[in-house]
Design a protein around this ligand. Structure first.
Ligand SMILES: [Zn+2]
Length: 368
């Protein structure tokens, strides 16, 4: 998985109608408690709504649960040996093969674009102890059912409960994260946690209060039109108005490439749309490096207040980056590989758009 464009063909298309086969499974040693329908209702319709809002209606995410009851696996949960970070071989291959065997009489796998496996929450450790939820994407060697490989499958375990009493509203957010992988998005968190991209993208932090995707990810997913993205590739001054990412329409992303594989992304973030946790609205600047692997920090949000404590006390929101945005009057100055970049936020206009002035120059000459 890479931040690069275009996304590889083996991932799932992220625009138009996408049919998500959703199966609820349990095991002889972890029998489903409560109904499978209730497990399903932890994620839907919330997940479909999140995608609809985040994509400005471009992704029509249709979950389908042809089997309404728990689908019992033939072997105990512990026999598959599934742990955090397990590779597909051998445990998940066995589990996927067993899922196919159990569901195949009632499911035509060829009719779906992706598969969600909602595991009974009592199988495996609580998510607060170890997150088992995982996605195998673009996995062309997966078991085959009805003539197609189960190449894009998201598994969701346990419940992402942070003890704040918001589980009912926010517990579904692990699924948009896992599905982000089947659409080709990498992880933005690192072994150190969310200190690379904070709460500015569900691929970085998917616990607690709602968040959106970075504008770069929306561009990669095909959710922004060509006129909503500006590329500042030549030296000079560019003045634009950035519409908050949570709203429909308007310019959403200014990208300043400094090499064929990396550059700065500039976008406006406010407490709108899927962004519930934004405590300092403003202009967000981030560094995108398509050569950096998933989980190693391919996107780094620039902190306008480095070393500060942030503006939030919400759980599971990386505090230091919560006030990373540049507010009117503030300027970001940076650069790389011989290119200097300055982003000045001049004002927030009456429509709520952020006016920015971007200067691109050969570094060493333009800085004065
Ligand atoms: Zn992930």
């Amino acid at each position: 998985m890479s931040e690069g464009l275009p996304t590889g063909h083996g991932y799932v298309r992220s625009t138009g109608k996408v049919r998500a086969l959703t199966l609820m499974i349990d095991f002889p040693d972890a029998k489903g408690r409560g109904t499978a329908r209730k497990r399903y209702a932890e994620f839907f319709p919330q997940t479909s709504r999140w995608f609809k809002r985040g994509s400005y209606g471009r992704l029509n995410y249709r979950p389908v649960a042809p089997i309404k009851r728990w689908l019992r696996m033939p072997h105990p949960f512990r026999s598959y040996g599934l742990k955090r970070g397990s590779s597909f071989e051998p445990g998940y291959r066995r589990l996927v093969a067993d899922i196919v065997k159990a569901a195949d009489p009632r499911v035509d796998f060829s009719r779906y674009d992706l598969v969600n496996i909602l595991v009974t929450p009592n199988a495996g450790p609580p998510a607060a102890r170890a997150v088992l939820s995982v996605t195998y994407a673009d996995n062309q060697h997966a078991p085959i059912a009805d003539g197609v490989p189960l190449a894009n499958v998201s598994f969701v375990y346990s419940r992402q409960d942070d003890g704040s009493g918001t589980l009912r509203e926010t517990g579904y957010r692990v699924l948009p994260h896992e599905n982000g992988h089947v659409f080709g998005l990498p992880d933005l968190y690192t072994p150190r946690g969310g200190d690379s991209a904070g709460h500015w993208d569900v691929m970085s932090e998917d616990w607690g209060a709602g968040n959106d995707l970075l504008a770069w990810h929306k561009w990669k997913l095909g959710w922004l039109g060509a006129r909503q993205v500006e590329c500042v590739a030549r030296p000079g001054i560019t003045r634009r108005a950035l519409s908050p990412l949570g709203r429909r329409g308007g310019m959403k992303l200014i990208f300043i490439p400094v090499s064929p594989y990396a550059g700065y992304a500039v976008e406006a973030r406010t407490n709108e749309g899927n962004d519930d946790a934004v405590c300092q609205p403003g202009v967000l600047v981030s560094w995108v490096d398509t050569r950096v692997d998933s989980g190693r920090g391919p996107i780094t949000v620039v902190d306008s207040t480095p070393g500060g404590n942030g503006c939030t006390d919400e759980r599971n929101v990386h505090p230091g980056l919560s006030d990373a945005t540049f507010t009117p009057g503030k300027t970001f100055t940076g650069g790389a590989l011989g290119t200097g970049v300055r982003v000045r936020v001049t004002e927030r206009d009456s429509r709520g758009d952020y006016r920015v002035e971007i200067t691109r120059y050969a570094s060493g000459g333009g800085r004065g």
